[in-house]
Design a protein around this ligand. Structure first.
Ligand SMILES: *[C@@H]1O[C@H](CO)[C@@H](O)[C@H](O)[C@H]1NC(C)=O
Ligand SMILES: *[C@@H]1O[C@H](CO)[C@@H](O)[C@H](O)[C@H]1NC(C)=O
Ligand SMILES: *[C@@H]1O[C@H](CO)[C@@H](O)[C@H](O)[C@H]1NC(C)=O
Length: 506
């Protein structure tokens, strides 16, 4: 026991010392579960312009403002707060990295003149930002802001302006490019939530001759933009759609449904593979950039989509670690961050925290901080159920070094589960996706030895279940079941085989 505890403390110290050697980072607040907390907020407050109608809850209602991504630049952190409800005063804000306070006040990006909130009339041809979910920084230090154009998505879902991309030069904060998304690649109710800027064949040095892959989550599709030819087309496939059986999301005791399609995107620049996942699914898929770039397809042409494998629950972000080609994702029910190496097919839990990792909405890296990965969690479950506790931390920006010494890297914590055969997928025996061995038998798996790398709370445990549904599930308090037996998962209504991890920390 003592050795375990010592081991854990040593791990923490190593993380503290090796992280962020070169670039001057924002000061961290604390280390929690080996995740370094960079910023955290109960709710957002803003440096409002004079005369802003802050007492009007249709203009500013902090209980309706939920971040979906945070993008870390050279000297600032950019925060996207889409207009899911009324009361969001600006959709893109920022805080300075030099602001060492725990919960800095947000400023509108680039300034308040770009927000439509509180305006009675405006011209959509001007550079207004309506509702933004995600942004990307390219290698020319420009911020690509994808504006879905829809206000109050969960209320009256008003199409305030057509969707567009505004590219800001972060050195000057000026718009240097505007890309309007043409109507013919949109559908009624399209909500554009994510984008990848693929620079792998860019030769101009200006980051203009890039390809952009855009996720439409409500009318599921990938919209491809060819920046050199200024052309756009729409590609769809059943793999981009939500699975109704997985429309119900569970985070701790919160249950709610989200039938969102494709949302997580990650691009491997070495292999040229785009990985993607709908929200309401337990699967991850991939497609090559060549297939995306090949142009529009006829209606019933089947896109060459690979089925990569299953995970334990739904999730939003995908992140590709350039160091080893691993995909990082966050199964929401397990409140964990997991890595998955598509080559070796090994999955490992990197971090687990029932509070800090509730509803991880974004995993990303900063072009300025090599080897550092940022994760942002939002307690979206509370916001959508209107049970927000404004006295507790609801939003956290955390970071860790990858590959992480704190990770359970040597552990085959769980391996991908059953193969899915379908003429919809192009998987073959030699592909990097699943082969026919199938990994069906859980009992053949390597059972992890006790690891001090989990900074589990004493009463919390992680279990891996095998059977009808494979996966990783976390329990704490009175719901912790006995280790290493077969039992009914009351909440999931299934049988599972379990063994415990982390009880040595106790
Ligand atoms: C909006 O701006 C565009 C471009 O400046 C202009 O052509 C158009 O007439 C304007 N629309 C309105 C309603 O003012
Ligand atoms: C979208 O719906 C509206 C009203 O329901 C309809 O008037 C419009 O034609 C539709 N647009 C498209 C592109 O289907
Ligand atoms: C399937 O993959 C496993 C793990 O990579 C490998 O050991 C096995 O030989 C593969 N089987 C076939 C039929 O390719």
């Amino acid at each position: 026991m003592w050795r375990m505890r010592t081991g854990f403390i040593v791990t923490l110290l190593i993380v503290h010392n090796v992280l962020f050697g070169g670039f001057r980072p924002a000061r961290s607040l604390a280390v929690r579960s080996n995740l370094e907390i960079v910023k955290q907020w109960k709710l957002f407050s803003y440096a409002f312009p004079q005369n802003a109608p802050v007492s009007d809850t249709n203009y500013y209602n902090p209980l309706t403002i939920v971040p979906t991504s945070m993008t870390v630049g050279y000297d600032r952190i950019y925060i996207a707060t889409p207009k899911l409800f009324a009361g969001v005063p600006t959709t893109v804000s920022y805080v300075s990295k030099e602001d060492y306070s725990e919960s800095p006040i947000l400023r509108s990006y680039p300034d308040w003149s770009y927000t439509v909130s509180g305006r009675s009339s405006f011209n959509c041809s001007d550079s207004y930002l309506v509702s933004v979910y995600r942004m990307r920084i390219d290698s020319c230090n420009r911020l690509w802001i994808l504006d879905a154009g829809v206000s109050r998505t969960f209320e009256d879902s008003e199409q305030t302006c057509q969707p567009k991309i505004l590219v800001f030069d972060l050195n000057t904060d000026q718009v240097v490019r505007r890309i309007d998304i043409p109507r013919d690649v949109l559908r009624n109710q399209s909500i554009l939530v994510n984008l990848i800027v693929d620079e792998t064949s860019s030769i101009s040095g200006t980051c203009d001759d890039v390809f952009v892959y855009i996720a439409d989550t409500v009318r599921p599709a990938i919209i491809v933009y060819d920046g050199a030819r200024d052309m756009m087309w729409r590609l769809s496939h059943p793999a981009m759609w939500p699975d109704p059986d997985l429309g119900l999301v569970q985070v701790l005791n919160d249950r709610f449904f989200i039938m969102d399609g494709i949302i997580g995107l990650a691009f491997d620049t070495v292999s040229g593979i785009l990985y993607f996942q709908p929200l309401a699914t337990d699967r991850i898929f991939s497609i090559t950039k060549d297939a995306l770039r090949a142009g529009p397809r006829r209606l019933h042409d089947i896109l060459p989509i690979r089925f990569l494998g299953k995970k334990s629950s739904q999730g939003l972000p995908l992140y590709l670690a350039p160091q080893d080609g691993s995909l990082l994702f966050s199964p929401v029910t397990e409140t964990a961050i997991v890595s998955w190496n598509p080559q070796t097919k090994q999955q490992a839990v990197l971090f687990y925290d029932v509070d800090a990792l509730q509803f991880v909405a974004d995993i990303s890296a900063s072009p300025w901080e090599s080897g550092v990965v940022y994760a942002m969690s939002s307690k979206f479950n509370r916001f959508t159920l209107e049970t927000v506790n404004k006295d507790e931390i609801n939003f956290r920006l955390m970071r860790f070094k990858y590959p992480s010494r704190s990770a359970v890297s040597a552990q085959r914590l769980f391996t991908p589960s059953d193969q899915v055969r379908s003429p919809l997928y192009t998987n073959d025996e030699n592909s990097i996706a699943f082969n026919s061995t199938g990994y069906r038998s859980g009992l053949e798996r390597l059972v992890p030895t006790h690891t001090p790398a989990y900074s589990l709370e004493p009463s919390a445990k992680i279990y891996q279940f095998q059977g009808v549904k494979n996966g990783l599930h976390a329990f704490s308090g009175n719901s912790v079941p006995a280790a290493a037996n077969i039992f009914q998962l009351s909440q999931l209504g299934r049988l599972g085989y379990s063994y415990s991890l982390g009880h040595s920390v106790n």
